[in-house]
Design a protein around this ligand. Structure first.
Ligand code: PEP
Ligand code: MG
Length: 372
């Protein structure tokens, strides 16, 4: 009823007044960004660019990664550039005036490459019928075999892909920079930020950052519009958390990827583990809630604490947020408030809950205001 709606609106107002944590949203489309804004998001904390390459565009990523020669790869990249630019223009428009953190490509390869078994079966079936297999299939199978990984989540992802595939980072950064130029020409106030995923060593970030800055300067010179974007990194590997002081030397901001950080700290596979034995672990009391849902304070949480302390010691103005699933989990929001983060970022529908909990976390600890 209207009374409930009014009460919720009042609670949110009070929470917004009290909270110190900013609340952003994870959004990969203009529609999600607009929805998040209506829920009160103060920006996009994570735009996962790999989600933009599903459907038809998957083929282009496949070509880019498997390309046997420079020409094929460059053609795929050239085809991707305008599509990416359009994606970014839409999101920057929906979030005009607010920060939009765009993460460079981070797909586990198995989600994008054609399936090895399917291809092998197709070739074998053709041969069994006494026919010659399609040469394209044979070539593809060869390329897929070369790239095959037993553990793709620990494989050629994130910054590693950016360092290994020539032209990939340049294409994405150019798309971002040209989108910023387009929005500025239209009178908007785009605030794009560029985020590098899966960094484990400061050198990875340093090399990628150089490329980012080179392309930003190029687009600035071409367009006559100065494009600068903060460059930051995900902290989602234990090694990144433990070397955060050095990494902060190359980053304007950190964003904790607590999904991967939980996976790599526990050694649990994000994709498989829950179905396999989490219910037994919950029954036996190994943990009270899944560490993928609520932040594991003793393990993952300590790494967060180390990274915040080291990062801020090295760079006092470092902006620090979280964009893993935990960013919208009430108990975890309290943890991130106490850990001194600047923002949490969660799915659009969880934004109101995150706002409320961030407000509650900031209130003085009395029995009435804090039951956690
Ligand atoms: C994470 O790892 O927590 C994260 C936000 O990135 P993704 O879920 O896309 O790996
Ligand atoms: Mg991640």
């Amino acid at each position: 009823s209207d009374k409930v709606v009014d009460a919720v609106a009042r609670s949110l107002q009070l929470a917004d007044r009290a909270r110190r944590l900013e609340v952003r949203a994870n959004a990969d489309t203009p529609e999600d960004a607009a929805r998040a804004r209506r829920f009160g998001a103060q920006g996009v904390g994570l735009c996962r660019t790999e989600h933009m390459f599903l459907g038809e565009r998957r083929k282009l990523i496949e070509q880019m990664i498997l390309a046997a020669d420079d020409d094929t790869r460059e053609r795929a990249l050239a085809a991707l550039l305008p599509l990416q630019r359009k994606d970014f223009v839409g999101i920057l428009e929906a979030m005009d005036g607010l920060p939009v953190t765009i993460r460079l490509l981070d797909p586990p390869l198995h989600e994008f490459l054609p399936d090895h078994t399917e291809l092998a079966v197709r070739i074998a079936t053709t041969e069994a019928h006494g026919d010659l297999p399609d040469p394209h299939d044979a070539e593809l199978l060869d390329a897929v075999n070369r790239m095959h990984e037993e553990n793709p989540m620990l494989g050629l992802r994130g910054v590693r892909l950016g360092l290994v595939v020539p032209g990939l980072v340049a294409m994405q950064v150019r798309a971002i920079a040209e989108a910023v130029v387009e929005r500025r020409r239209a009178g908007g106030s785009p605030k794009a930020e560029i985020m590098v995923p899966l960094v484990g060593a400061v050198e990875e970030l340093r090399i990628e950052r150089e490329e980012v800055e080179r392309v930003l300067a190029e687009v600035s010179a071409e367009s006559g519009i100065e494009v600068t974007c903060p460059v930051g990194t995900m902290i989602e590997l234990p090694r990144a958390a433990l070397t955060a002081g050095r990494i902060a030397g190359q980053a304007e901001f950190f964003s904790f990827g607590t999904n991967d950080l939980t996976q790599t700290t526990w050694g649990f596979s994000r994709d498989d583990v829950e179905a396999a034995f989490f219910s037994a672990y919950l029954d036996k009391g190994v943990f009270a809630t899944s560490p993928f849902e609520t932040i594991d304070r003793e393990g993952v949480g300590r790494l967060v604490g180390i990274a915040v302390a080291e990062g801020r010691a090295a760079r006092p103005d470092l902006t620090i947020g979280v964009c893993g699933e935990h960013g919208g989990d009430p108990e975890s929001v309290h943890f991130f408030h106490a850990a001194g983060l600047d923002y949490v970022s969660c799915s659009p529908f969880r934004v109101p809950v995150a706002r409320l909990e961030a407000g509650r976390a900031a209130l003085p600890k009395t029995a009435a205001s804090d039951s956690r």
